[in-house]
Design a protein around this ligand. Structure first.
Ligand code: PGA
Length: 257
């Protein structure tokens, strides 16, 4: 399993192009080059081009928050994975806000995963249960269903380029973060599932993240948790000092073993 931690900043619909550039400038001052941490910034589509020219590639990589699965065509308002190729290395796919606000379904999400792989980038597939599903004891089956659907048509060889983020919906943007034991249980389930579907090597290679109200004070506990390869950070990634603290936790952890 990769010892390198992956820290992904999902800026969502925050920061216009100028603000994004200023913010990157701040991050650049606060975050050092770490060989044991990969930091991925996911701004809005418009900011990608300018940030790609500005960013120090030894410290940061870029990701998109979404894409469309067709490479080109009459799809007003969409941006394809093919168009992102060369600009981003990662694309977040199936975030719960895409599923719930924009009505994305599993089939479309699977097609997006395919499109991202086809364009030689790495999908960050988001899965997670709602509060009600959790109360009803359906967490494991919901995650299982979303992983199965999202990875339909993916090959074992492609699994080394897949990242899966466990993001319980009730924990996103709420301040109500998941217990570390629950996160460990969820990622264990996902890894077991990947093993069943794609074999032991794929299970070892796939990177599994936790996301949901991660901040400077709880990040360390998740980063230390068994089977967790990194974090997907929303609100806390909009505060330069907090985000830098999270990155430095990931680094210190690598140093200590
Ligand atoms: P949050 O968002 O950290 O603000 O909860 C996480 C996410 O939506 O990826």
């Amino acid at each position: 399993m990769s010892a390198k931690k992956l820290i992904v900043a999902n800026w969502k619909m925050h920061f216009n192009t100028g603000q994004a550039s200023l913010f990157l400038h701040k991050l650049d001052q606060l975050i050092e080059v770490h060989h044991d941490v990969e930091v991925v910034l996911c701004p809005n589509f418009l900011a990608l081009q300018s940030l790609s020219l500005q960013l120090n590639r030894r410290k940061f990589r870029l990701g998109a928050q979404n894409c469309y699965y067709k490479d080109e065509g009459a799809y007003t308002g969409e941006v394809s994975a093919a168009m992102l190729h060369g600009l981003t290395q990662y694309v977040i796919v199936g975030h719960s806000e895409r599923r719930n606000i924009f009505g994305e379904r599993d089939k479309e999400i699977a097609q997006k995963v395919q499109a991202v792989l086809r364009s030689s980038m790495q999908p960050i597939l988001c899965v997670g249960e709602t509060k009600q599903e959790r109360v009803d004891g359906e967490t494991a089956s919901v995650i299982h269903g979303q992983v199965t659907a999202g990875l339909a048509n993916v090959t074992s060889d492609e699994m080394e380029n897949i990242v899966i983020a466990y993001e319980p919906i009730w924990a996103i943007g709420t301040g109500d973060f998941a217990a570390v034991e629950d996160v460990m249980a969820a990622v264990r389930l996902v890894r077991e599932q990947v093993k069943g579907l794609f074999g032991a090597k794929a299970a070892e290679q796939v990177r599994l993240l936790y996301g949901g109200s991660v901040d400077g004070s709880n990040a360390n506990a998740y980063l230390k948790a068994d089977g967790v390869n990194g974090l997907l950070v929303g609100s806390a990634s909009l505060k330069a000092h907090t985000f830098a603290t999270i990155v430095s936790h990931a680094h210190t952890l690598g140093k200590n073993g």
